[in-house]
Design a protein around this ligand. Structure first.
Ligand SMILES: Cc1cc2nc3c(=O)[nH]c(=O)nc-3n(C[C@H](O)[C@H](O)[C@H](O)COP(=O)(O)O)c2cc1C
Length: 222
């Protein structure tokens, strides 16, 4: 391992939000992608991807994602819908649906359903009103626990915390009762700019005992 000798310090308070956005997104990566379906009070089934996304607990199973406030200060349809109908389905994004997922991220008017606009198949949920995306192999029905605003201007965050009520796992994707097959699920991650990654290039690290030096076993890409 080599220690770096000098660093450039970018002071966030001295920079435009857009510059901080680009720096953050080019170093926190790859980010998993939540493909989130919500329902508006008018009955429109909305769908949008969010890479400010992660799992944050298992008891109860919980996820967070964050629709940012738009550059013009308005809110995205997803957050508006969640304030009206506090339920969502969080879908995973395999490589096979990357292009259609990207299409669903276009800024459609609130009355347009991205299910139709981007060609996804809506299927009813078991416990909540928003629809599931049949093309995604894992769908998590969630109830919204809380929205935590992080700032209040353009590009500020709106962290949505959801409790996962059930996982729908497509046939053939479960290995045993608990784990989803990561080869089959073939997820993509978001990088900086327009770049994405796959999860096909992996390596394994066994859990260390205190004081051990560890070991790395490279795995060939598929
Ligand atoms: C892969 C990907 C990840 C994205 N992640 C985010 C995100 O974390 N937060 C966000 O505000 N917008 C994100 N976007 C942009 C939103 O998907 C986009 O603004 C969308 O129009 C929001 O839809 P809505 O208005 O229907 O909620 C992402 C777009 C893509 C393609």
């Amino acid at each position: 391992m080599r220690a770096h000798e000098s660093f450039t310090c970018l002071v966030t308070g001295d920079r435009a939000p857009r510059a901080n956005f680009h720096t953050l997104l080019s170093c926190v990566l790859p980010r998993p992608i939540a493909f989130v379906s919500t329902l508006s009070a008018d009955g429109v089934h909305n769908l949008a991807p969010f890479s400010f996304f992660n799992a944050v607990g298992s008891n109860p199973p919980a996820v967070i994602f964050s629709p940012s406030t738009r550059a013009d200060g308005t809110q995205k349809d997803t957050i508006n819908n969640l304030r009206q109908v506090p339920e969502m389905v969080v879908q995973v994004v395999p490589h096979a649906i990357a292009e259609a997922m990207n299409q669903a991220s276009a800024q459609y008017a609130p009355e347009v359903s991205e299910f139709q606009a981007a060609g996804f198949t809506p299927i009813p949920s078991r416990y909540i009103r928003p629809m599931r995306v049949a093309e995604s192999p894992v769908q998590m029905e969630c109830r919204l626990l809380r929205i935590v605003p992080v700032g209040d201007g353009p590009l500020s965050g709106n962290v949505c915390i959801g409790e996962v009520l059930c996982f729908h796992v497509a046939d053939g994707f479960l290995t045993g009762d608990e784990t989803v097959d990561i080869e089959k699920i073939d997820l993509i991650g978001r990088m900086g700019g327009d770049w994405y990654s796959t999860i096909r290039d992996r390596f394994e690290l066994s859990k260390p005992a205190a004081g051990s030096t560890g070991n790395v076993r490279p795995r060939p890409a598929r």
